[in-house]
Design a protein around this ligand. Sequence first.
Ligand SMILES: [Zn+2]
Ligand SMILES: [Zn+2]
Length: 406
Amino acid sequence: MGVLLKIALAVGVLSFITFVALFGQLPALRKTPIGWLQRVLCLHIPNGMRAIDRHTTGGRITIKSKRLGRYLFYEKNPIVLIIFLALMTGSAVLFLWNAIPELPTRLIVPIPFLVSQPYLFTWLCVRHNDHYITPSNHTDRLHDYPYDDALFSANNICSTCNLTKPARSKHCSLCGTCVAMCDHHCPWINNCVGRGNYRYFLALLLSLGVMDLYGAYLSYWLLQPWFKLHRGGGFFTQQYWDDTFQVMVIAINAGGLSIAGVGMLTIATAALPFGLLGYHCYLIWAGMTTNESQKWADLREDMADGFCFKGSREELRTHQRLRKYGHGSAGHANGGGNPALHAWSDETEVHIPWPVSSDQIVVRTMDGRPPRGQEALWRQVWSLNDVENLYDLGGWDNFAHMLKGN
Ligand SMILES: [Zn+2]
Ligand SMILES: [Zn+2]
């Protein structure tokens, strides 16, 4: 119990420090001991250490740690991936080394398959680079999705890649390139999750969760002779819980770090891949990527502030043609310098085959007033319920589209 108690204590202290650092700044906790601890931890201790460093080394450690921080958090590096693989491999070897001799064949048979899957999908996620937008595949990526003129509009050029941004793409500063159908940059795989490797990422989450649960089941199976020592009794009685605690202590002692420790680790960590998988299933069902969910949230805030207007593509097209005919100038057709109207122009529109079509154009204006000179064509929108999501093909069709790897 000695080693396990120390591990449990270390995990508890680390969890508490993480909690304080992350949540101590929240307004509700700011004036509590948690908020006070957060300021000590994140402000006073680092300031004190910087002052000591200034006096002793002339600030060299501060400069080096800043450089390390930038490398860890703002540059593409495999450190998290290495830690993840080391933790997974270490736990699996420690557990299997001690568990295999005790297990019957029927429980050993699924192990090679279940343990190999997370490695396979990690490898597929890490090595994938088809989603990077390059001059050679740029035209193809432009034809993957139409612009919805709500979150993505034509003629946005990436200043780093110097290429027009395709709909649903995003420039990743860590990968240093625009990424097609970008979901998010994942440090665990040291790569962006996007077009083509999103399905492998979900398979990785699923395989990790299943492996964790099977590991937890095996450690339960190995420890269950000890659980039989439980004398039963009513669930709500003191004796039941005293017994449960004693049996747990005996079982953990008997199993040791390799069986009981890894078993507890698998139960604790299974929630993470399953939770993330559930969140991504929700996003797919709703027809959006993580990147787009943030864009929708921004749009919702701008709507609530009264800066968003919705127009009809068809009406605007007619209007622009009439103005162009009347004035003979494309500049006037764009609305005479009104920034909101540059979000859409009939002339730059390319037809891309897509199962869903939408007549809607959503613009944000700087002053909360409809685009000048076209007040009659735009209607103020206050809620996301009033706008369509062009990329939502409908629950199951969204899943089918994702599984195809597009
Ligand atoms: Zn870019
Ligand atoms: Zn990236």
